[in-house]
Design a protein around this ligand. Structure first.
Ligand code: DGT
Ligand code: CA
Ligand code: CA
Ligand code: ZN
Length: 583
């Protein structure tokens, strides 16, 4: 947030708290007006003279004094005083759709409601109906608002957030006045869960842009709106922050709002050490006392890469901006780590046909893989223990192998392997015997049940599968579901060492529900020298699109293409496959 944004937010907060405390309407609207005026300023309010501020519409002496105090101390005494008078849980109620400061005040003074819990009590006991304008319909709306707030708290999976952001960018990008548009934040960094979606835009008509954003069909509630920032909640409970920035400062704003905060702190420290200053408006020369001269133009601000270059760094991909050693690794002159990219992926090594729980026939899956420019596909339907997924018994496996091999004549350019996703049973044995496994071209072994085993037992179970000479890859090694279940708690370093020793690959299951291995474990496996398969675990045609989540997770684990099976050429991959079973 820029200083103006912070000052405006402070005035808005003053207005809300005053209203809850029962201040007169003139005072409340004056505070709101100050907030809007400051928010819309094109120069830094804290750096403006009292005379210049006073000339602005709606800015009086007390506002000027508060801005001066904020410029000096970074806070406002009055704000702290008001906060001390209002229970913290009370202001949180404002997030409930349709609940404004006036009603919150009545809830507090008439019914002694101080937070969400006491509000629920007031609703359950019927006390709420004592308030004016609280008929049965309003109470019903309030209940819905509470349920919605509770459900929308917390983080959503990246696979849910990314399509929302893409649809938004498509819509806003269609406005002729929009010059540049990007999503930033954790979404751009490819984190497995997203707190809120951050979008940046440069536009010749900011108010038309904000209007278009606020009035989209998907919007359930506008949380804040102003000239430079609008925050909304979607009907699915996702918060989206849209910020308008200057076109010639887009790169620095994108860098700032992509984060992570920790990465940005490192960059700012580096700037200071080189007598420069980095902020969301650019990278600047600093004068003797470390400040930026007023009106100074940035050394770089249009593209992120230029700012990195000024700092003596190569461009750091967003997925690696977590302060996990990337600043040193990307210093100019170093050989920066090159991570695997979507375009490197040429094989899918884990997929299911209608034979088990997939939606496509063998030919349909193979043609999808071919259309995506892949050279290899391994078809890996479930083993017999997965009865609910129509897992194949021995007789069906033998038929299936023949059917898969028969497809080779119809797809002469594709390398097609008959495989299985064989269940790793709770003791680490596999769901098929070795004789059958040996007949398969490709074996992915995965845990599906008993995912709450004690760590030592789970680790021994996985170790047994890793050591099995006929297994190529361990599929979704922990069995976790993002935001769903934790999965097996394993001694990862032990598994990585064994996987390296036995040449068994570990999977990054690219399904956004799984992302298993997760980013930090990918980093561990990468360092241990393991081979990694990034697989979409395809059940339907759209699952191929999950690849990007797997690749971002791989990048977050610094995985180079050279350690990714799916990035090998067809001949090398086939050689790896046969060598694996000989060793
Ligand atoms: P999230 O939304 O919880 O998944 O995580 P982020 O990383 O998207 O965080 P968010 O939405 O709070 O802010 C987006 C980025 O903006 C964040 O990664 C860094 C930057 N940023 C926001 N506020 C601040 C701040 O007060 N200080 C610093 N240094 N950076 C900030
Ligand atoms: Ca965010
Ligand atoms: Ca945000
Ligand atoms: Zn599976």
């Amino acid at each position: 947030m820029s200083t103006n944004g912070k000052v405006a937010a402070a005035f808005e907060e003053l207005a809300v708290l005053s209203e809850i405390l029962g201040a007169n309407g003139f005072k409340v609207s004056a505070l709101r007006k100050s907030a809007r005026t400051i928010e819309a300023l094109t120069s830094d309010a804290c750096a403006m003279s009292a005379a210049d501020l006073g000339a602005l519409d709606g800015i009086g002496a007390s506002t000027i004094a508060k801005i001066a105090e904020f410029a000096k101390t970074g806070s406002m005494t009055e704000l702290a005083e008001l906060h001390a008078q209002v229970p913290a849980g009370l202001t949180q109620l404002l997030q409930i759709q349709g609940l404004g400061p006036k009603t919150v005040r009545s809830l507090w003074t008439d019914l002694q409601v101080v937070d969400l819990a006491t509000l629920k009590v007031a609703i359950d006991t019927g006390a709420i109906s004592k308030l004016p304008r609280m008929g049965p319909k309003s109470v019903e709306n309030l209940k819905e608002g509470i349920a919605f707030l509770e459900q929308s708290r917390g983080r959503i999976r990246i696979g849910e957030a990314l399509p929302i952001a893409e649809a938004l960018l498509r819509d806003l990008g269609a406005l002729p006045t929009v010059q540049r548009l990007a999503y930033a934040g954790s979404l751009r960094r490819g984190k497995e869960t997203i707190g809120d979606i951050d979008v940046l835009a440069a536009s010749t008509d900011a108010s038309a842009l904000m209007e278009a954003f606020r009035t989209r069909a998907d919007v359930a509630k506008v949380l804040v709106t102003g000239e430079t920032k609008t925050s909304i909640l979607t009907k699915h409970g996702v918060q989206i922050d849209l910020r308008v920035v200057a076109l010639d400062r887009f790169g620095s704003a994108l860098l700032y709002f992509t984060g992570s905060t920790e990465h940005n702190i490192r960059l700012r420290e580096r700037a200071i050490a080189q007598h420069m200053r980095l902020n969301e408006y650019g990278i600047f020369h600093a004068n003797e006392d470390g400040a930026v001269a007023e009106g100074a133009l940035p050394i770089a601000s249009v593209e992120e890469a230029d700012i990195y270059a000024v700092l003596g760094l190569q461009y750091v991909p967003p997925t690696m901006r977590e302060d996990r050693g990337e600043i040193d690794a990307f210093a100019t002159g170093e050989t920066a780590p090159a991570v695997v990219e979507i375009k490197d992926i040429r094989a899918e090594l884990h997929c299911h046909t209608v034979a088990s729980d997939g939606e496509m026939s063998i030919d349909e899956i193979v043609s999808h893989a071919q259309e995506r420019g892949f050279h290899t596909i391994a078809i890996t339907d479930h083993s017999k223990g997965q009865a609910q997924a129509n897992g194949l018994d021995e007789a069906r496996v033998l038929q299936h192998i023949e059917a898969i091999h028969a497809a080779r004549v119809r797809f002469p350019k594709m390398q097609i392997w008959a495989g299985s996703e064989v269940d790793i049973l709770s003791d680490g044995s596999l769901d098929y015997d070795d004789e059958l496994l040996a007949k398969l071209d490709w074996v992915v072994a995965s845990p599906h049940a008993a995912l709450k085993q004690e760590s030592s037992i789970g680790t021994a179970r996985l170790l047994r599968a890793i050591r099995h000479p006929l297994v190529h890859v361990i599929g979704h090694p922990t069995g976790r579901i993002v935001n769903g279940r934790p999965g097996l708690e394993l001694a990862m370093d032990t598994l990585f060492a064994a996987a390296k020793e036995h040449g068994t690959a570990l999977e990054i299951n690219a399904q956004h529900l799984r992302l298993d291995l997760k980013d930090t474990d990918v980093r561990g496996a990468m360092r241990a020298g393991c081979m990694i398969a990034i697989d979409c675990d395809v059940h339907g045609a759209t699952d191929f699109d999950e690849l990007r989540f797997g690749v971002m997770t791989a990048q977050r684990g610094w995985l180079p293409a050279s350690q990714c099976l799916n990035a090998m050429d067809a001949v090398s991959l086939d050689a790896w496959r046969s060598r694996k079973r000989r060793s």
